[in-house]
Design a binder for this molecule. Structure first.
Ligand code: BGC
Length: 754
């Protein structure tokens, strides 16, 4: 498989109507009964047709219950299936499932094939032997769209190898609520970074606009505002003013839709009192009408049901179905039995009673068929047996390793402790130091990712990677503390402190790995952002030994570490780096590779103060008396290297920017060290005076470059009028004349907008 270098060019686009395809769709639509059309909009889970034992437990290894599948497809005309059962399947098992699912269309018993969808969140995490990348937050930390694009191609290839043409990814929610259990599934807090990285992933998934049986349809999640809940708890209310909906949350989605993303999944929460699933304005007026989205919107898990039982915006299941469908949700992830049968019956009733129009039903089915056609499901050639020799290949694994290497972010390196020489006796300690699932996080072989049964063979924990590097004699191990679940919440306790202290005494340096239990969605809810006290205690015990401590964070969200930052000599943020995270960390630790990851979010310093780098300028009041509201632990975009870079000769091509015009801003970046390294050159713009309090600064461009020792490169950015726009309180983009500042690497230049 050839992996294209990623260029953000305009592509042959799903976004453009293809008249040949539309004619075929109309012909199929005309032959379909109302029941068949309704079935197209119904999605069920694999578990709904697996054989069960007398206790209603799925029998292992899984077996298909043919009568249940027949009923779903032949009686209810179900058009889509999702998910894995409780754990990852082998390629052979997937092939059995796919054969069973596709035989109906192949034998012409149905008018349309089944669209199967899966959560291949950080690689094909539900297929044994798949290539597992860092979670999205780590991918964002690479600031390297080319790596995100490779991740997309590889994940698509391995998803297709499993027989699946549709991936419920990428998450394009913005990380604006660090308590949220799905923070790690995002591409960070910034709309521009998330849009650029998200676009690269979507292009990778969908084959740069050229769909074949090595690529899959993307699903942008979760449209929109899920990540900004007020409480931080999963699927709860968010308040998002129109201004910030436009300026922040919609940006990555719009960018990906413009690139031809084929599907979106709807936000399970509610924004400004309106559940995502009945938000006609967002789903129909914005997404479909204003943006011209031609694909379909799928509900999230059971969300039509929740409109009645949780959100209480529907008086009955029928009312819920009508409200959701008419708002613009085209497919409902019902997804279990017998609920899916109820859904189909209610839809039938709604159509008969004209609560849902035939026009609306046809519109939804047309959208679904369009995706089925675009992914090649109707196409005999595309569905011919094909081998996927690159599945789990060394080249794919190297790409995942590179992503981990470029994501891991060095946050502190006092006295140039790092890179280590390799001759030191090292104590590897802490609850996340010897566990592969902790490096991967949730959506790894199982939903919550805690079961180690299915771990990829041959992948190393941090401890194993250190041992492989320096030898077991030079590497001591003491867990020190363990993470566990207590009454459904994360907990941590110290273990064998005496052993930890003795080994600390015996070593020259301590690598202390802290972090979180894998979790997502509701099970990942936490009550405080503080790192659990036992982990803080362990860090203090390590500091008391007097040995230099390298702190390693393995975490899904930025847990508060303020108390233990000053005691550490060096700090690495690994995020959730995936199967090759242990190996990558060790390569960075011992200087085989040079760190180049940068934080894709503002790392908070205090549990009670959550802030973002692009805060309104007014947040900076009282700066002078030390009561500065903006006081993060580490800034967005921050990350150290073993090289040193200097910026000079900032030049701006014009001092005035007019509409339909552009300014070029250029800067020299020099590697002043003796070591080759990568630097992320970041362009921020700052509006000096505006009619609404301006953001302090906003990211408007970035380029990751590699510089040899003492090399200089000139880096250019183009500034357009789009880049100086902001949204008014009604959510409309606008720009105003006045002065702006462009900031790159500590240098700045001003220009006027006229
Ligand atoms: C999650 C989605 C996921 C879906 C299917 C839901 O609970 O919110 O992100 O795609 O399940 O597994």
């Amino acid at each position: 498989m050839f992996i294209h270098p990623f260029h953000s060019h305009t592509q042959e686009n799903f976004h453009v109507l293809n008249s040949d395809r539309e004619t075929k769709i109309e012909a199929i639509l005309q032959q379909m009964s109302v029941e068949e059309k309704i079935g197209e909009t119904c999605q069920i889970t694999l578990d709904a047709f697996l054989k069960r034992d007398a206790k209603d437990q799925v029998i292992e290894p899984i077996q298909i219950d043919q009568s249940k599948l027949d009923e779903a497809i032949m009686t209810y005309h179900v058009g889509s299936i999702l998910n894995v059962g409780s754990h990852t399947l082998s390629l052979e098992q997937w092939s059995v499932v796919m054969k069973a699912v596709h035989q109906y269309y192949k034998s012409e018993q149905t008018k349309a094939p089944i669209l199967y969808g899966i959560d291949a969140i950080h690689g094909v995490n539900y297929t044994v032997g798949g290539t597992l990348f860092p979670q999205e937050i780590g991918l964002a930390a690479t600031w390297n769209p080319s790596l995100a694009n490779q991740f997309g191609h590889i994940t698509a290839y391995e998803t297709r190898a499993s027989g699946i043409p549709w991936n419920f990814s990428p998450v394009l929610d913005l990380a604006r609520q660090p308590l949220w259990s799905r923070f790690f599934e995002t591409l960070g807090e910034d709309p521009y970074l998330a849009a650029e990285m998200g676009k690269a992933i979507v292009c990778g998934y969908q084959g740069e606009g050229k769909m074949d049986n090595e690529h899959v349809a993307a699903c942008l999640k979760h449209f929109v505002g899920y990540s900004a809940s007020n409480s931080g708890r999963d699927r709860t209310s968010a308040w998002i003013p129109e201004k910030y909906m436009t300026e922040l949350f919609l940006v990555p989605f719009k960018t990906a839709v413009d690139k031809g993303a084929m599907t979106v999944m709807v936000n399970s929460g509610d924004v400004n009192g309106i559940p995502g699933h009945i938000n006609y304005h967002l789903l129909t007026e914005v997404l479909k009408e204003e943006w011209g989205f031609l694909g379909f919107a799928v509900s999230d898990w059971e969300d039509f049901i929740f409109l009645e039982t949780v959100h209480q915006v529907a008086s009955s299941p029928l009312d819920a179905v009508v409200k959701g469908f008419n708002a613009g949700v085209d497919m409902s992830m019902v997804p279990s039995a017998p609920h899916y049968k109820t859904y189909c019956k209610l839809m039938k009733q709604a159509v008969e009673e004209e609560k849902i129009s035939m026009e609306r039903l046809n519109d939804a089915v047309r959208r679904i068929l369009r995706v089925k056609m675009a992914t090649g499901l109707f196409d005999k050639e595309m569905n011919q047996a094909k081998s996927y020799p690159n599945f789990g290949s060394t080249a794919f694994k190297e790409s995942a390793l590179n992503a981990a290497l470029e994501s891991i972010t060095l946050l502190k390196n006092e006295d140039q402790l790092l890179p280590l020489k390799g001759s030191e006796k090292i104590l590897v300690a802490g609850p996340t130091s010897n566990n592969l699932t902790y490096l991967n996080g949730a959506w790894t072989h199982t939903w919550q990712g805690v079961d180690t049964t299915y771990n990829t063979k041959g992948c190393k924990t941090i401890l194993q990677a250190v041992q492989a590097k320096v030898g077991s004699d030079n590497c001591l191990y003491a867990e020190g503390a363990e993470l566990f679940l207590e009454n459904d919440f994360e907990a941590c306790r110290l273990v064998n402190q005496a052993d930890f202290k003795t080994k600390a005494e015996q070593s020259d340096i301590i690598l202390l790995c802290l972090g979180e239990l894998p979790s997502t969605e509701k099970p990942g809810d936490i009550r405080s952002l503080n790192l659990l006290p036992a982990q803080l205690e362990l860090a203090k015990m390590a500091y008391e030994s007097g040995k230099p401590v390298v702190l390693v964070l393995v975490e899904a969200r930025p847990r508060i570490v303020n108390e233990i930052v000053s005691g550490a000599t060096a700090i690495f943020q690994t995020y959730l780096p995936g199967d090759y995270g242990g190996t990558a960390l060790v390569k960075l630790l011992y200087g085989e590779e040079n760190p180049s990851g940068k934080l894709p979010y503002t790392y908070p310093k205090y549990d009670g103060v959550i802030e973002f780098y692009d805060h309104p300028k007014s947040d900076d009041r009282h700066k002078s008396n030390g009561f500065n509201a903006y006081d993060p632990q580490w800034d967005f975009g921050y990350g150290l290297s073993y090289s040193t870079f200097t910026y000079s000769n900032l030049e701006i091509s014009k001092s005035v920017l007019m509409e339909n015009d552009s300014i070029i801003i250029a800067v020299d970046v020099t590697n002043t060290s003796d070591r080759k390294g990568k630097e992320v050159v970041q362009l921020y713009l700052s509006d000096i005076v505006a009619s609404m309090v301006p953001a302090g600064k906003r990211l408007k461009g970035f380029k990751k470059i590699e510089l040899k020792s003492h090399e200089t490169q000139r880096v250019e950015f183009v500034i357009l009028i789009e880049d100086v726009k902001f949204a008014d309180n009604k959510g409309y983009w606008m720009f105003e004349s006045g002065e702006f500042k462009a900031l790159i690497g500590g240098l700045s230049a001003t220009f006027q907008v006229k």
